[in-house]
Design a protein around this ligand. Sequence first.
Ligand SMILES: Cc1ncc(C[n+]2csc(CCOP(=O)(O)OP(=O)(O)O)c2C)c(N)n1
Length: 211
Amino acid sequence: MDTLTNWSGQPPRARGQGVSAPELQDLFDAQVSSRHVDFAARELQQQGRAFYTIGSAGHEANAAVAMALRPSDPALLHYRSGAFYVARAMQGPGSTPVEDLLASLMSSTKDPISGGRHKVIGHPKLTILPQTSTIASHLPRAVGMAFTIDRRVVETPWPEDAVVVASIGDASLNHSTALGALNAAGYLTHQGAPVPLLTVCEDNGIGISVP
Ligand SMILES: Cc1ncc(C[n+]2csc(CCOP(=O)(O)OP(=O)(O)O)c2C)c(N)n1
């Protein structure tokens, strides 16, 4: 796989640029791949070859978010973002998104980001950072990263005009961690401090584990 640096020069997609037929094909491929990983997860679990699984089904539209961004835009994803992962991986040469996701499901040490923890979505070359399963815990980190990028306070491998993207479920918004992070982002913006953060909140009609 090419290094991140090789991808960083990709210009941001211009507003109103439109989407080509091959891009639509890629979008569909990413969505279908993600859904098939969900099917495989259940089969593998029934066979005792995979363990805890949690689906991305119904959330495949987030592949379009990945395609609207650059692979060098840092992404902090929750466990429903399998299609985002596949779509981003398809933007770079030599990546193996389906194998990566399956390795995670099967707790394989070949999992590129966590060495086999459940449904931790990420890859260092794809600028997708690993998260814990503690809901909303990635939002303060995302706000901090977005605040930092523009200021170049610390050296980062990301372009100066990078946008940080964070995905989250709607029920997770109830968590004080989410509220604090979004409040901080709003306050900073109100103060005129740039916070290039895209928060994608997805409502699938449930809050899993919540009565
Ligand atoms: C801090 C914390 N509290 C509780 C949980 C258990 N938990 C996992 S997912 C979830 C609900 C998430 O709901 P939502 O954000 O809407 O996502 P989805 O329903 O799509 O899974 C809860 C309470 C957790 N992982 N972390």
